[in-house]
Every structure is written in C-alpha cells, then in structure tokens.
Design a protein. Sequence first.
Length: 226
Amino acid sequence: MSSPRADFLSGVRVSLPITLGIVPFGTVAGVAAVSVGIPAVHALAMSVVIFAGASQLAAVELIGKSAPAAVIVLTVLIINLRMMMYSASIAPHFERLSTRWKAALSYLLTDQAYAVSLVEFESDETTNRRWYYLGVAAPLWVTWQAATVAGILLGANVPAGWHLDFAIPLVFLAVLVPAVTDRPTVVAALVGGTTAVAADGLPFDLGLVVAAIVGIAAGLLVEEVA
C-alpha cells in the first residue's frame, strides 16, 4: 500500500512536465488582460476565481470589445461546460470524501488534472485518490497563477501601441489543435469555426456563443451517429 505522501509526490512528478506548457499560456493570458484595459488586480482576481485558460481568454477578448456582462458570463459558462462531463466521470472516485473536500477538488479541476488522474485511478486501485489528484492539480494551479502574474507585470510595461491582444486568437489555436483528435472533435472544430466567421456580424459579439453551441451540437451529433 502506498502512503498519501508518496501518492501526492507521484502526482507532483507527473504534473511537472505539464507545467512547462502552462507557463506561456498563463503569461499570454496575463498580458492580454492588461492590454485590453483590465486593471492588474482585477486580472489577477479573474485568474484566481475562474482558473480556466480558454474561458479567461474568451472573457478578456469580449471585455476588450465592450461586450455586455451577460454575454461574457454566458460565453464562459458554455466554454466550461466540458467540466461538467469531467466531473461526472471522475466523481465516483471521490464519493467517500466530505462535501468540503469535493468542493475544494472541483475548484482545481482542469483538462490536464482530469486526464492524468483518471488514467492513474483506473490503472491502480491502491492509489490514494485525494492526494494523488492534489499532487497533480496543485502545481498546475500555482504555475498558472505565477505565469498570469508574470504576464500582468509584463503587460503593464508594454506600450499600448503594440496591440498585444493579437496573441489571444493565437493561443486559442494552440489550445484547439492538440484537442482535435477524432471525427467528432474535427467536425465540432470545423462547424464551430465556420459558424463563428459567418456569425461575426451579430450584435454584442454573440457570434462566439452561437458558434460554440452549434459546434458542440455538431460534434455530439457525429458522436451519436458513430
């Protein structure tokens, strides 16, 4: 039987290579937030409260375009819908934990923490679920916040004329491409992207919301047919 400490450290070791990819992502998120006029304190608060790279960047882009608050919140919720599926999938492994622990662990849920932890849980039943998951998720959280702070500090010292907001769509592409691994995700990406271009003229930047909904629906439809 492994100890909680050993399982925690095992999770930390697994997470370390992943943090390398988080550093540039978090830095760009911080720079982008400051570049669209979000105060540094608010940018940091967004990073801590939301703790979700893709939705943070979407929110930053919409804030930069002066979109209504309702549109921004709706967009963030749609982008984070996948977390509900992650939660439903991994929840059985934490069913014996208290509500407080479940709430704390759910806050740390990310794509990477979910994927790595689930593989471990399904391959080794002796692993202490709580401490292994924390070993994976906690370094990711710390790295994201540190990278965001670095981006905020960097962005605050970059001349406004540089227009660093161009980095937002580039980071989205970097996140999207590795995620397109099968037919449903390919269809979702193509349909969503095409819809986003076609719906670009909608008021209040609702094109992004419509594209997300249509893309998800298309991907689910293809998955059901397959």
